[in-house]
Design a protein around this ligand. Sequence first.
Ligand code: SAH
Length: 193
Amino acid sequence: MKYSKSKIKSCFLNLDRKSFMDIHQESAYFDRAVPIGHGQTISQPSLVLSMTLYLDLEPDSKVLEIGTGSGFQTALLAELSRAVYTIERINALYIRAEERLTALGYSNIHFLHGDGHSGWQEHAPFDRIMVTAAGGEVPQALINHLAPGGRMIIPVGDTFHQELKLITKSRNGEVAHSFIEHVMFVEFKSGTE
Ligand code: SAH
């Protein structure tokens, strides 16, 4: 069973973006990315919604998210799937997001402080993968971790030009890439801090 667009929208509208922000709360309801500290941003809400729609989640989907950040996108994924495995490279953001999402009552989210370039081998494969930071290429580990029939949404490019891509893996393992739109994300960096 797939979710209707209106169900996904209502889950999105039920999330209070302000409660995912510790600073710049006055900007919580503007449709733009807002700083969350450590040089990172909470993504633009309209993009969170459109990327979630493109992911085409199912209630029993097992999802890998790279770039936990504030945890706002994580919460939406968790509302609409069986389990979310989320990776964040900045320790302070990882700790804060886990604290926040646990306090909000989510029990189907698994957190990792690490570099998402290598995916999360222990729990692979994933039915859906969402990356919320932009790098020069799609890491091979993430393609390997995508289950047959799976979908991945990932921004690819540099600071000035990024393309949001949908990557699908067919039932027999064929991988196809398609262009969705131009976007602006923070850098998909290597290593942890
Ligand atoms: N979707 C989140 C965060 C967007 S910002 C939100 O809306 O709040 C992107 C996040 O990706 C940042 O928190 C950044 O630290 C993280 N990130 C960047 N490179 C990463 C990597 N290699 N592995 C894991 N997280 C990474």
